[in-house]
Design a protein around this ligand. Structure first.
Ligand code: ADP
Length: 186
């Protein structure tokens, strides 16, 4: 199974992603985690990415696409892949389509985790990550609305989009995700 997981910052994608990879034996490709690891290791890519991450802007597409292209080659991606935080722009989605077409393994489904904006602020403010300062949160939400939300139409037109209601307990939300994925897992 190849799954794209989309949702605004603070929607709870990380928590649900952990449940999904354990249940469906998927490789977890989180671009946010990869970028934070690169930043902490002080690699060239990490240093470049940090300038964007610390202000809540998206890291340039060419950097992200190169990271994902390399990661998708790894053997653990063969059985199944959860793309978490990627793609975030139309250009990234087009690049992903090309990569997956080359491998002959198209996407199965795109999950959109839906959470109202006032709840996102509440959750992010309580989290305390370096980029969870109010101005940076605001900028991340702007980036989501302007650059990532257009993907919902992109995938909707392709018949791949499934909305998941993101309010409730972790178990309730995961049950909704299972309702979509179990029939696909066969
Ligand atoms: P959140 O979803 O809470 O914003 P992430 O961990 O997914 O957190 O991402 C943190 C930051 O990493 C983003 O604000 C952005 O700067 C960068 N980033 C992550 N994924 C991408 C991507 N696919 N394209 C561009 N930038 C990205």
């Amino acid at each position: 199974m190849r799954i794209v997981f989309i949702g605004p910052p603070g929607a709870g994608k990380g928590t649900q992603a952990e449940r999904m990879i354990a249940t469906y034996k998927l490789a977890h490709l989180s671009t946010g985690d990869m970028l934070r690891a690169a930043r902490d290791a002080k690699t060239e890519v990490g240093r470049k990415a940090d300038r964007y991450m610390s202000t809540g802007q998206l890291v340039p597409d060419d950097i992200i696409v190169a990271i994902i292209a390399e990661r998708l080659q790894a053997p653990d991606c063969r059985s199944g892949t959860l793309l978490d935080g990627f793609p975030r722009t139309i250009a990234q989605a087009e690049a992903l389509d090309r990569m997956l077409a080359d491998k002959g393994t198209p996407l199965d489904v795109v999950l959109e985790l839906q959470v109202p904006e006032e709840e996102l602020f509440r959750r992010l403010a309580g989290r305390g990550r370096a980029d969870d300062k109010p101005e940076v949160i605001r900028q991340r939400l702007v980036a989501y609305r302007q650059q990532t939300e257009p993907l919902l139409d992109y995938y909707g037109e392709r018949g791949l989009l499934q909305a998941i209601h993101g309010l409730g307990t972790v178990d309730e939300i995961f049950a909704r995700i299972k309702g979509v994925l179990d029939p696909l897992a066969g």
